[in-house]
Design a protein around this ligand. Structure first.
Ligand code: F3S
Length: 388
């Protein structure tokens, strides 16, 4: 891969150990995927934040980077952590809390902003055509497909390296020829809820792996497309979908999605029919519209005593929806910021069964959290939380 003089000096360690390590990661990645050069990125979004997933060895590595000159060179933000600032703080050990805080302090030293959300695009929306280096798969597919920005599906180390260098290797979906669809997906059924879009995502992710689909006959709101993308990027590796096939669609391999595919995918995300003890909404983190919808569904209702209702979002969205948050909390729901059920220890809190409107959570929770899960639309989730 071609490097400028300054990039070569960084690789030789002239600008400190942290920059050298970051440059080594990017060069290795670029060489592996045949990139010819590095290109600047407008932002980096990092996963690898929750102490539950990172563990102690990673804290040491972050400490070395922070104390050896690691500083973000582009707008850089963080995915959710293991705690919210209020509700979960006293429910786990002080030790865990301190470790999580240490991780956040180290990122802060590196000037990486603790937005602690997987929907950073609700805080600062990337522009169409901007190159990014993002690591959260649900945010990557949303940025590429809905916002038309350009980002590969980065891992934690490569997004961190991009944050410190301000660049990424020019390969994958940073190149126009790699953004073309290779399969046409004809939709021959109606979708009634966001949970149906999630089930479609799980079905397609399994089928397509990392291939890029173009849809025919699919119409969805941004919230529904968020659920579709998050799910597709969970059961598969897809980083991009197109809502329409523009040209040469007759040359593409075609697959058809029917009602039975959605029923089967939904059934595969159902591991219990027992009453849940956790109802979870907010994967990916809720938008202002979703918070407003939840508040309207909860108005004059009360959450049952034997169930917890968690709504996860960012501080930014919570701050902008104070009135609706009050309605949710008056009903007995909890609006958590900075975290979600997959990155905290819900098993340790005694939760065994959850209901969610997120196909991504229903897909991962049985393995990552060892809890049973059921996928249901938002309206049904709220009814389940409130039925007496
Ligand atoms: Fe976000 Fe957690 Fe889902 S990080 S995408 S709410 S698994």
């Amino acid at each position: 891969m071609y490097l400028t003089k300054a990039e070569e000096r960084t690789l030789d360690g002239e600008y400190g150990w942290a920059n050298q390590i970051a440059m080594r990661i990017l060069v290795k990645l670029g060489d592996l995927f045949g990139a010819t050069k590095l290109i600047p990125v407008q932002s980096a979004h990092l996963s690898g934040v929750s102490y539950k997933h990172l563990g102690d060895a990673a804290i040491e590595f972050l400490g070395e980077l922070a104390s050896n000159g690691g500083k973000a060179k582009t707008h850089s933000t963080l995915n959710p952590a293991s705690f919210d600032p209020k509700y979960l703080v006293n429910r786990f050990s002080k030790e865990r809390f301190n470790r999580q805080q240490r991780i956040l302090e180290l990122y802060k030293q590196m000037q990486i902003q603790p937005v602690l959300t997987c929907t950073p695009y609700y805080i600062q929306e990337p522009k169409s055509g901007e190159h990014l280096s993002w690591a959260e798969s649900s945010a990557v597919i949303y940025a590429n497909s809905v916002l038309k920005a350009w980002t590969n599906r980065e891992g934690s180390p490569s997004a961190l390296a991009s944050a410190l260098i301000g660049k990424t290797p020019n390969y994958g979906v940073h190149q126009p020829e790699n953004r073309m669809p290779s399969v046409l997906v004809k939709i021959e059924t109606k979708f009634r809820t966001e949970a149906d879009f999630g089930a479609l995502g799980i079905h397609l992710g399994r089928l397509l792996k990392d291939r890029i689909p173009a849809f025919q006959g699919l119409h969805g709101s941004e919230t529904e497309l968020k659920q579709l993308g998050a799910a597709m990027a969970s059961s598969g590796m897809t980083a991009l979908f197109h809502l329409t096939a523009q040209k040469n669609k007759e040359k593409l391999e075609t697959i058809t999605v029917e009602a039975s595919d959605i029923r089967e995918a939904t059934a595969s995300l159902f591991t219990t029919d027992k009453t849940p003890n956790l109802v979870f909404v907010g994967c990916p983190h809720c938008s202002m519209n979703e918070i407003a919808k939840i508040a309207s569904l909860l108005k004059s209702k009360k959450v049952r005593k034997d169930v917890e209702l968690w709504i996860c979002t960012s501080k930014h969205v919570r701050e902008k929806t104070k009135r609706q948050v009050e309605v949710i909390e008056r009903s007995g729901g909890h609006v958590l910021c900075d975290t979600c059920v997959l990155v905290t220890w819900i098993g340790d809190l005694g939760f065994e069964r959850l209901v969610t409107n997120s196909a991504k959570t229903a897909f991962y929770a049985p393995t990552l959290n060892e809890v049973d899960a059921t996928l249901k639309p938002l309206k049904h989730c709220i009814e389940t939380a409130c039925q007496q």
